[in-house]
Design a protein. Sequence first.
Length: 462
Amino acid sequence: MQQNDLIAALGTTLGEAAIGIVRLSGEGAVELAACIFKPRKKDLDLKKIASHTMHLGYICGNDGDVIDEVLITVMRAPHSYTRDDVVEIYCHGGIIPVRRVLDLVLKKGARLAEPGEFTKRAFLSGRIDLAQAEAVLDLIRAQSNKGAELACRQLRGGVSDKIKDMRNQLKRIMAEIEAEIDFPDDVDPVPPGVRAQQIKMVEDKAAELVRGSSLGRVYREGLRTVLLGKPNVGKSTLMNLLLDEERALVTEVPGTTRDLIEEMLVVEGIPLRIVDTAGIREGVGLVESLGIERAKKAVEEAELVLAVFDAADEITEDDLRVIELLKGKKAIILLNKVDLKEKIQGPHLFGQYTDGDTPIIEISAKMGWGKEKLVDAIVQVIGGGQISRESDLMTRKRHQIAMEKVVDRLQSAVKGVEAEVPLEFIALDLWDAWSALGEITGETALPEEVINAIFEEFCIGK
Ligand code: GDP
């Protein structure tokens, strides 16, 4: 399909609203608009108006009937989202006028855009790279302020800039190697120690991005979390405390195969998808004898377990069962009710029951103590303790896989340099790493299915 044929779509959702936007992009956008737009100022010619200016007028149907009073703007190529001519028509919101205007432009020869096609064009025309295009979707879909912030940073080129720097560094190293291969008599060879160091520097950056990517994905997708603990330790109270945070999206999904109900809550920007909230709310302790199987299943599927204990109580059999379930899981132990005078458990004492790697923090769900410590513990458990919350984080699995390949190839290159293997082999590894980096930004050619899969996730009109 021609890349700049004329497409149209709603830029807003169909429904009652103040305005609804019909967007056009591609060759002939302005001409088509001029043919259905009757300006309020008689002498105004849409084809001649300055780019990015707004004009009042009417959209008229075939018989000259006025469909809606609108504002219209033209964004001329290449200074538009898609880099083609773009026209936006601001109709009165409401299903009928917006739909009639869209129908009219389709009748006049525009084609209904595919999902994400505007953004796909922005990518194909080079206005944004692939990681930025993905960030557009992430921004629209963000589930938390932090998720939106990361998407925004990526959209502005945060991750892409890092990748470009890394690619440039690799290119320089590859050029030196190539010169040594092609003109062995004319160039001074770079000492292996120096070369290994140069490659290592890029590898370190890639490794840092890989480490951050699990946390980045958590910000984007949420973390499947289970709250575990015998009855009355304070799970519901903790849930309520955390719910006071940024207003969470409540997603109750009963009837899934798991038949566990899930609720999203956002703690300091980290979206936690709390599994089996019904169990918590109904006071069904997940570890009572009947609930143990259910608990096991929930824990198995969870990416994070928050295990709650009563700091004012002796450790019981039930508590030990909970601790048993934590083995091999990413977990945080919460000693709750530390506000009580009769507090008898401390992290130090409690540590004897655990493997030593699981953070133990003291909280009071009732008083709201320890929330900040909890968030730090989550970041530490997920990011492996090496990630600051302020880093640029990759947020997609696709990026993570490519970056893991980069690390792998660069490690191999460093080893090769140190073992003084022939330079051709080093060059191959570096080339692979360089291409994998380009897969993230889309500079390396990707199979069409991959590109399509990315844009199919978008809504029509974006
Ligand atoms: P769940 O069965 O684990 O969901 O426990 P609940 O959240 O229903 O709490 C059981 C009881 O412990 C309630 O009376 C709460 O008010 C009380 N509770 C929960 N957290 C705390 C806390 O941090 N301090 C104190 N003093 N009481 C708490």
